[in-house]
Design a protein around this ligand. Structure first.
Ligand SMILES: *[C@@H]1O[C@H](CO)[C@@H](O)[C@H](O)[C@H]1NC(C)=O
Length: 213
């Protein structure tokens, strides 16, 4: 999908999600269908988005470039940067090379975060959205969720998101900073294994005096 098409899809998605539907962003927010847009005339905000995905959980390489560990599991926070709450959001991970949505880097709900849920995207865990079914709508300040980085050889990625402040105030097709693919997680090292063995041995030896009593 071209960048323009991607942006259009997200924009349409956001128009559909603009009232921060209580059940989360609808499937139309994720796909390539061109839905009708009855009654929606507002354009998304063009001023800098006052919300962010906190990327400080990611390591930096020696040059300060953010990187993810392939297959690494992260707890991410989507939050306000100032004092303005939000009612709806949709976060998905995208491949930097072509803006396609990653389907092998699943999001998961954290049980305590009852204002979130897995998206209506395909596959469902390729996005995470709000689930604030109460009325009046919940005014959110931050939400947390789990994300598993894609496998090795995926390359650079970023997070795309849409966020709804009110029915007429929303930001479409936002982008986080880029994350490059970092080195794989080190395998469980023999050192760690021998450390465990040493601990067990130490524990057993510490029992010897007791056994002699
Ligand atoms: C950091 O920057 C230097 C100089 O540009 C480059 O040679 C090196 O490969 C970079 N390191 C990484 C991990 O990209």
């Amino acid at each position: 999908m071209s960048l323009a098409a991607s942006v259009l899809v997200l924009l349409l998605a956001c128009l559909y999600a603009a009232d921060a539907r209580s059940g989360g962003a609808p499937a139309a927010a994720c796909g390539t269908l061109m839905p009708d847009l009855p009654g929606h005339t507002a354009n998304g905000q063009t001023d800098p988005v006052p919300y962010e995905i906190d990327l400080t959980v990611f390591d930096e390489d020696e040059n300060g470039t953010l990187q993810y560990t392939p297959g690494g599991v992260y707890t991410l926070t989507f939050r306000r940067m100032g004092d303005v709450t939000f009612r709806g959001f949709l976060v998905r991970a995208r491949l930097a090379a072509d803006n396609s949505f990653l389907t092998n880097a699943p999001f998961a709900m954290i049980a305590s975060q009852t204002n979130t849920r897995i998206s209506s995207c395909e596959p469902a865990n390729s996005g995470i959205t709000h689930s604030n079914g109460q009325s009046p709508r919940v005014e959110l300040t931050e939400v947390r969720f789990q994300w598993t980085a894609p496998p090795a050889d995926t390359g650079p990625i970023f997070f795309g998101f849409a966020v709804v402040r009110t029915q007429q105030v929303y930001w479409a097709a936002q982008m986080s900073a880029m994350l490059k693919e970092g080195p794989p997680a080190p395998p469980a090292t023999p050192a760690a294994a021998s450390g465990l063995a040493a601990s067990v041995l130490c524990l057993l030896l510490s029992l010897v005096p007791l056994l002699q009593l």
